[in-house]
Design a binder for this molecule. Structure first.
Ligand code: RIB
Ligand code: CA
Length: 306
């Protein structure tokens, strides 16, 4: 039996974060789970993480982290999140837990857990905890593999050019992209092109308690996607941060230089992707998924939940 890759999962559950966690639990060894604000307050994302971890029988520590970005929070982010994921971040799914977090200093936990472990860091929310961990221990980035969902080489979702996770904390994202860590990125260019339709949601409804509750969350989330973006499916953005660790052949990657705009009035939170000829482009610092087999990725997730 092949050894399962060890990961530390940092996210803002969040409907699609919950799906990513379920896929990770089926294929990977989750050594730690840290939470950050984003789709909801960190109180909500932590409670959601504890509840999903309970249904997945995860025994790893769950540690809460940042409730605000490095710079000032922005109302646009909070409005966008509540619209898409609901007030509690899980579209009203009824996932109960009486478990409490094992701590509230995610950056220190990330440093202590990852240092010398060889584990991969998976990030599916704003990068505040990740940036603070890299600031806490600047040597952490040496040889560290990070697989994250965020950014876009084309259109944004929160604004014309900015994707939610980057836009929520551009300073943190800029620090991570400049850190020297080995970055594998799932941008909107692939994550927004497929998702769960009515057929998949109906299949989940017939599953176990977690599948059933996540189907309710997916139905809510899909409805908000239709209202906001005219999209008839629930994109499983964060699942695409897990796929490179378990089925990399399902994604076509391109290495390039990515910088994060922090100052632009219209462009704050934009990932500026340099896809020019290598003769003139900035040296690459990230590997981005630019095409994906969405049908196969959805089926991989279904297999993990049913
Ligand atoms: O833009 C998509 C990202 O923002 C996903 O991580 C989703 O969970 C939200 O956090
Ligand atoms: Ca997320």
């Amino acid at each position: 039996m092949t050894e399962r890759t060890a990961i530390l999962f940092d996210g803002d559950p969040g409907v699609d974060d919950a799906f990513a966690l379920a896929l990770a639990a089926r294929h990977l060894d989750i050594v730690g789970l840290t939470t950050v604000f984003g789709n909801a307050s960190v109180a909500h994302t932590t409670r959601n993480a504890l509840a999903v971890a309970g249904h997945l029988n995860l025994t790893c520590p769950v540690v809460s982290g940042a409730d605000t970005p490095i710079e000032a929070p922005n109302a646009q982010m909070l409005e966008h999140a509540r619209t898409i994921h609901g007030e509690d971040g899980m579209g009203g799914a009824d996932l109960q837990t009486d478990r409490l977090p094992d701590g509230d200093d995610a950056p220190a936990f990330i440093v202590d857990t990852l240092r010398g472990s060889g584990a991969t860091l998976v990030a599916t929310g704003p990068l505040t905890n990740v940036a603070r961990a890299l600031q806490l221990d600047p040597t952490l980035a040496d040889g560290l593999d990070i697989s994250l969902m965020g950014g876009s080489a084309t259109n944004g979702n929160v604004t014309a050019v900015a994707e939610f996770n980057i836009h929520a904390d551009p300073e943190a994202a800029a620090y991570v992209f400049a850190s020297g860590a080995n970055l594998t990125v799932a941008p909107l260019d692939i994550t927004s092109t497929f998702g769960l339709g009515e057929a998949e949601i109906a299949r989940l409804e017939a599953g176990n308690t977690l599948a059933r509750e996540l189907s309710a969350a997916a139905r809510f989330y899909r409805g908000r996607q239709l209202e906001r973006f005219g999209r008839g499916y629930a994109p499983i953005h964060d699942v695409c941060a897990i796929v490179p660790l378990i089925r990399p052949a399902l994604i076509t990657f391109e290495t390039m230089h990515v910088a994060v705009e922090c100052a632009g009035t219209q462009t704050r939170g934009m990932t500026v992707c340099d896809r020019r000829s290598p003769v003139v482009a900035e040296p690459s610092n990230a590997t981005l998924g630019m095409q994906a087999d969405g049908t196969a990725i959805v089926e991989l997730l279904m297999e993990a939940l049913l």
